[in-house]
Design a protein around this ligand. Structure first.
Ligand SMILES: [Zn+2]
Length: 281
């Protein structure tokens, strides 16, 4: 038996206010502060599809978080730009469990998730038994193209790659019903609730979102497919924890969403949590 935990499966060490440059170490410190303050036990850090002064590379994030038991790295991959050497580096990180999942950014980059260029990445994820996370839904940047980020596109990936574990980020917002159907139909598909709002919820919008997430749980049954994530620093941890409180879930359901599903889906090695099982793979 292990005490209830909180695992945030979706955070970033990117610097979103590009008018100032904040060193990576400082951003990691801010993440750790936020985690401590909000009593979060583990966080996944997702790297970007692009690397610049505000967006650290996967290698930089792997190195700066080396030895931290509570931080797990998810490697962002540029589907339109990856090179042979990127795949080799990725394979090394996956082999050593220094990377626990991949993240692709359809919408921010112009490709459909079923694009043949993705196949080698899906094969890599299956080989190393890690999930692939997909940005879906609205793009934070108006230059994004949302036809690529519609969650319905994920169905083709799930059907063609039956062994691949998939995480649909942001529950496809605003196409939450489409996301519901994709996770309901494809048993290796799950979804995270991150990034549903920037900053704090306005009360009417929060009521709307609470309703949407409740409907999703109602539709797709016992939520072994739903993951807690925030999109920190874009969304605030405190706001998100309050959001989950306001869902008023039964204790067992809440525990699945807050951490048990994450342990299972990301195969996290957490002492005491080895025995978590579910009806889903
Ligand atoms: Zn994100």
């Amino acid at each position: 038996m292990v005490n209830p935990m909180i695992i945030d499966v979706h955070t970033h060490l990117n610097n979103y206010d590009e008018s100032v440059t904040v060193p990576l170490e400082k951003r990691l410190e801010q993440l750790q502060e936020s985690i401590r303050y909000n009593k979060v036990d583990h966080a996944m850090v997702l790297t970007s599809y692009t690397v610049n002064a505000h967006r650290p590379s996967t290698r930089e994030v792997v190195e700066v978080t080396d030895g931290l038991d509570n931080i797990h790295v998810v490697a962002g991959v540029s589907v339109v730009n990856y090179k042979e050497r990127d795949l080799r580096e990725l394979a090394d990180f996956l082999k050593d469990r220094r990377v626990v999942a991949l993240k692709l950014y359809p919408g921010y980059e112009p490709f459909y998730p079923y694009d043949p260029r993705c196949k080698v990445l899906y094969d890599l994820a299956v080989e190393f038994d890690v999930p692939v996370m997909f940005h879906t839904g609205d793009t934070y940047n108006p230059k994004g193209r949302i036809r690529f980020s519609h969650p319905i596109n994920i169905d083709d990936v799930a059907v063609d790659n039956p062994d691949l574990r998939i995480v649909i980020c942001h529950i496809g917002n605003p196409w939450i019903r489409d996301c519901m159907e994709v996770v309901y139909k494809n048993k290796r598909c799950s979804a995270d609730i991150s990034g549903l709002v920037l900053g704090d919820f306005k009360s009417h919008f929060k009521r709307f979102m609470l309703q949407q997430v409740k409907e999703m749980i109602l539709y797709a049954g016992e939520p072994e497919y739903l993951l807690y994530g925030t999109d920190w620093p874009i969304c605030r941890m405190r706001t998100y924890l309050k959001f989950v409180d306001d869902l008023k879930l039964p204790a067992e359901t809440r525990e699945k969403i807050m951490w048990k599903n994450a342990v299972r889906i990301f195969k996290l090695k957490i002492p005491g949590a080895e025995s978590i099982r579910a009806s889903r793979p």
